[in-house]
Ligand binder design. Structure first.
Ligand code: GLN
Length: 486
């Protein structure tokens, strides 16, 4: 195989070549580097790369480890020792991580090589990667469009073969939505399945780390490597990790898939709707039984999320005060001026908007009216899912109501942007797991834009949604299509 063809491989296929000794981990890095240099000037998927360290690691890695010799891209919110960790914020512009997050330690133990940090919305706040404090990332299917967000750099890199696989974080959809808009597979695991230690906190009761990959099998491989209990994260679940890969190939006979009536909202793009209808039919032909379910509190999801997430963000981001990390304002008059100007200069508009909103909903007098009430509705949303899962094994929906939108199209209207996550947010509020995978294309302005299908599963039932997703993927061709960027 020619070196130039390596970056298009899945992780599973790359691993076969590595183990047979047909390519070496350093060849793989060389090929990937050439690919990144070719496409990333256009895409801007990466914020930083560290090939020197990666090559050293490649030289001593053992290809027989579960991910031995596989280079992986990491969203710039997850700490990788010695590499920058900016969260795409000027306030952390020259911050370098002093230690590895637990997910990175687990990845290294599995033989994977973290080779660079990907672009994102600042502190993971956004749905388009346009809130990055440094640069927007472009969608490889149409360079005038966004890749989704906030893990847009990770999604674009994988879609354009500039990464074999990547990690992101999902607080309200930030893995699944960019996966859908960029045409890759994105996983948000059950809350507590993956350690958050070393992952910069946005909204701690919602954040989870998950994978972006070319196939469901690759997702199962990556998620198996990073999942599991961690004594350094008190919210991590003390449950064993199933062998997601071994369970992939079971068929769908007897599987019950729930179709929530509340998800067929107005405003859903007609091409997304037809792709969904076709996918539901396809699942039927694979032997799954389609069952109507109801998630009656769906309409409150986005509102509840913007109370809970901003409240937690306002508390979490208090640590960026110019004393301990990153940017510090020059010549402060006094301490208040120091805090005020440091944060004024360091944070972008969306982050400030969220801190203000979060501080407001937590303030005395409004706490009960907004924050406490939001928590109560959050519980109702969780119960909606618990009730539905008594009848079905998984729930099926579109991932995003629309395909990729144009750069700049939604930036002036935050509410419009927030609606990008109507279908993904409820899973974070409920703490359940979900995956988005390619299920078709929309034709817009003569371009093909990927459409994503979302499967939601019970808490800790990742193995099941991977199995269902794999059966769909392996009987369709969507995931084999490549974007025009060359
Ligand atoms: N788009 C949502 C937001 O802006 C979700 C972000 C995320 O999942 N990190 O908050």
């Amino acid at each position: 195989m020619k070196l130039a063809d390596l970056p298009a491989l899945t992780i599973a296929d790359l691993q076969t070549l590595l183990r047979r000794g047909e390519v070496s981990p350093t060849d793989v890095l060389k090929a990937l580097r050439a690919r990144i240099e070719k496409v990333d000037l256009t895409l801007d998927a990466y914020l930083s790369l560290d090939f020197e360290t990666a090559v050293k690691e490649a030289e001593k890695t053992d290809v027989n480890l579960p991910l031995g010799g596989v280079p992986i891209a990491i969203k710039d919110i997850i700490n990788v020792a010695g590499q920058p960790c900016t969260c795409a914020s000027k306030i952390l512009g020259n911050y370098r991580s002093p230690y590895d997050a637990t997910v990175i330690r687990n990845l290294r133990a599995a033989g994977a090589i973290p080779l660079g940090k990907t672009n994102m919305d600042e502190f993971a706040m956004g749905s388009s990667t346009e809130n990055s404090g440094f640069k927007p990332t472009r969608n490889p299917w149409d360079l005038s469009r966004v890749p989704g967000g906030s893990s847009g750099g990770s999604a674009a890199a994988v879609a354009a073969d500039a990464a074999f696989g990547a990690f992101g974080t999902d607080t309200g959809g930030s893995i699944r939505q960019p996966a859908a808009l960029s045409g890759v597979v994105g996983v948000k695991p059950t809350y507590g399945r993956v350690s958050r230690f070393g992952v910069t906190a946005f909204a701690s009761s919602l954040d989870q780390v998950g994978s972006l990959t070319k196939t469901v099998r690759d997702a199962a491989m990556l998620m198996r490597a990073i999942s599991g209990p961690d004594p350094q994260d008190s919210t991590s679940l003390n449950e064993p990790v199933a062998d997601y890969v071994a369970a992939l190939d079971r068929d769908l006979r007897g599987v019950r898939l729930g179709l929530p009536k509340e998800y067929l909202i107005e405003g859903i793009d007609s091409q997304v709707k037809s792709a969904m209808d076709a996918a539901v039919k396809h699942f039927g032909s694979l032997g799954a039984e389609i069952v109507d379910v109801s998630l009656p509190h769906t309409e409150y999801g986005v509102a509840v999320y913007y109370f809970v997430a901003t409240a937690e963000a306002s508390a979490n981001l208090a640590r960026f005060d110019g004393v301990r990390y990153g940017h510090r304002a020059e010549n402060p008059r006094d301490l208040l001026d120091h805090y005020g100007r440091t944060r004024e200069e360091g944070f972008g508009a969306e982050v400030k908007r969220r801190i203000i909103l979060g501080t407001y909903v937590l303030s005395s007098g409004y706490y009960d009216a907004y924050y406490i009430r939001a928590q109560k509705v959050r519980e109702l949303i969780r119960q909606d899912f618990a009730n539905a899962f008594q009848k079905v094994d998984a729930i099926i929906s579109p991932t995003s109501p629309v395909p990729a939108f144009k750069l700049g199209e939604r930036t002036s209207d935050p509410l419009q942007m927030y609606l990008a996550d109507v279908f993904t947010i409820p899973a974070n509020l409920a703490g359940i797991c979900g995956v988005s995978l390619p299920c078709g294309f929309a034709k817009v302005d003569g371009k093909q834009l990927p459409i994503g299908l979302q499967l939601l599963g019970k808490p800790l039932d990742e193995g099941r949604i991977f199995q269902i997703a794999n059966a769909y993927e392996q009987s369709t061709d969507w995931h084999k299509q490549k974007p025009p960027i060359q």
